[in-house]
Design a protein around this ligand. Sequence first.
Ligand code: GDP
Length: 363
Amino acid sequence: MKLGIVGLPNVGKSTLFNAITSAGAESANYPFCTIEPNVGVVEVPDKRLDFLTKMSNSGKTVPAVIEFFDIAGLVKGASKGEGLGNKFLSHIREVEAVVHVVRCFEDENVIHVESSVDPKRDIEIIELELVLADLEVMTKRLERLTKLVKNDKSLQTELELVQKLVSALENEKQARFLDYTDEELKLLKTFNLITAKPVLYVANVDEDYIANPGANKYVDEVKNHAAQDNSEVIIICGKIEEEISTLEDDEKIEFLHEMGLEESGLDKLIRVSYHLLGLISFFTTGPMESKAWTIVKGTKAPQAAGKIHTDIERGFIRAEVTSYNDVVECGTMNAAKEKGLMRLEGKEYVMEDGDIVLFRFNV
Ligand code: GDP
């Protein structure tokens, strides 16, 4: 899963991103991170995977990961080339969801590019830049399609969709708020519009507010804005996240406890992102390794197998599935099997969160 972090300068993006990279996965396993300084990879915390590793005495544990892209350089006028301009917007086209960091902390020592802390205004500035970036892409496409459609009537649906998008974007309406037919949705996905992606707001508050964010008026503004578009808000304190990310696991638990928190902001961000994108995990486990795999809810067994290897999808025969909860209850995979809790599932089986699977396939 890929997420893009956006927000005005000095709102705490790099602070959060630093927390991500230092909490991050072993970079040797993810070589592209060292090449791309603006990509950070974090492992998705999952206690179930720890249990399976112990149970199978696995040599290796391979958690699911999330890639975060730090999209720096967005300021008022970015789409017209201000700041670092459009170049950075190309990265964001690749992500599955947008994490919009909003400054909700006051600090005289940290300059605000718009001179005051004002979450609603800040959000609107960024949203407008993203709308303008999409508008530029769609306007170009409209010009091209208008010419092409004369000789190729099959492009008519696409042309109409692009016209609809251009007129919405011109009215500063984001692509994610329009209604689409199934056919339009398929086309829309290929356009990679930024404003079509789901958004998650991160309210970056002062240390003093972290245990009592309700007392922060700026957070309310973010929540009100998010409520209008049914998006979720996560409250974090970038500075504290940076500290937490350097701690060992047991120190981390103690630190969070002292702060009156149950989980770190980063863990919360990961959890909510999964929910936002409708993702679930299935597991494979054995002496070699225990591994978590990420799929979209509703994925059928052969396509889930395809995540492991396309050959397994192609040659799919059946899946041997045991639910994680059954395995925990019985203690081992074999015990669960003896109790008849291992199911043989075919091509139409819809995977469930926590399925432990062994795929059988023809080579
Ligand atoms: P970016 O431009 O959005 O990447 O912002 P940075 O992460 O560089 O943060 C700008 C400044 O704000 C830095 O000096 C940070 O230390 C500070 N900062 C970030 N998060 C917090 C926070 O939660 N509380 C306070 N007081 N300062 C913060």
